[in-house]
Write a new protein. Structure first.
Length: 286
């Protein structure tokens, strides 16, 4: 039986401040840094915080408070009032979409093997046994896409869907578009490192907002987004070389977003450079 290390992270409560008038005119909310590092002193300790007009997207749900990519993580993100809840989808061997970041189930579940080589029934037989506060969710399963979208509806938060395609499968994008549209999210934000996945789904879900993800921004990628009608680029914020392309991305009329930002000083720097969409594990709105 494989051993897992369970981690329980309790985030500090922050002081609620009033949104600056200028930020209000932009339609943005106020956001605060919960903590530079996880704390375990209960929910009464105050930490430094500041106002910033920026859209925060919960990375794999509020994965600091619940196991990543699960329905409880969606609820936690909604309760924290994030602007969106990002989660990853990939295909089973029988062509069904499930919510899991890794192509292998071993890190997050009590099973082993590749999702692409397992049927939906096999994946659903597993139990989530890793992630923050996992002990509170002993019977949690790997969700289907439909379940995660329903959770977004139930808890009132916008889905931000990242399509994983590295296993070489050929998705039925018409079917995927039907699932998303059927839950009332025809204009959902869709992310992928695979441009073909974005253009493939865009054909059947034209009202979606499509963002290309990249670890290292290039001029060629920016032009490829423009040529394919992709509306935004999300880049790895920890790679300093990407920062020099922020103006280039914005000049082409593309949304500029960054992932995964858990450092308050980096967020401040990104904001100063004009990045208003941030995916994060640890910075959250109040």
């Amino acid at each position: 039986m494989k051993r897992k290390r369970f981690s329980i992270i309790i985030f500090a409560v922050v002081v609620v401040l009033v949104l600056a008038a200028a930020a209000g005119t932009l339609g943005f909310k106020s956001y605060y840094k919960a903590s530079e590092t996880p704390v375990s002193l209960g929910l009464s300790e105050k930490v430094d915080s500041f106002i910033m007009p920026v859209r925060l997207i919960a990375h794999r749900g509020f994965s600091g408070l619940a196991p990543e990519n699960t329905v409880p993580a969606v609820k936690a993100a909604a309760d924290a009032d994030y602007d969106g809840c990002e989660f990853d989808i990939r295909l089973t061997s029988d062509g069904q979409w499930v919510v899991l970041h890794d192509n292998d189930v071993s890190r997050m579940t009590d099973g082993e093997g590749l999702v692409s080589e397992m049927t939906l029934e096999q994946v659903r037989a597993l139990r989530i046994d890793a992630g923050n506060n996992v002990i509170q969710y002993p019977d949690e399963q790997v969700p289907t896409l439909e379940e995660m979208l329903k959770a977004c509806v139930d808890y009132g938060i916008a889905p931000v869907i990242e399509i994983k395609t590295e296993d070489g499968q050929e998705p039925d994008y018409a079917y995927l578009a039907g699932l998303i549209r059927g839950m009332g999210f025809a204009d959902a934000r869709i992310l992928s490192f695979d441009m073909d996945a974005l253009t493939g789904l865009k054909e059947y879900l034209p009202d979606g907002a499509y963002w290309f993800l990249t670890s290292k921004v290039t001029t060629q990628q920016i032009q490829l987004c423009v040529q394919n009608g992709v509306q935004g680029i999300g880049f790895n914020a920890s790679r300093k070389s990407n920062l020099r392309y922020i103006d280039n991305i914005a000049d082409e009329g593309l949304v500029v977003s960054a992932w995964t930002v858990d450092n308050i000083h980096l967020l401040d720097r990104l904001y100063d450079k004009g990045v208003f969409y941030i995916t994060t594990n640890m910075i959250y709105p109040v």
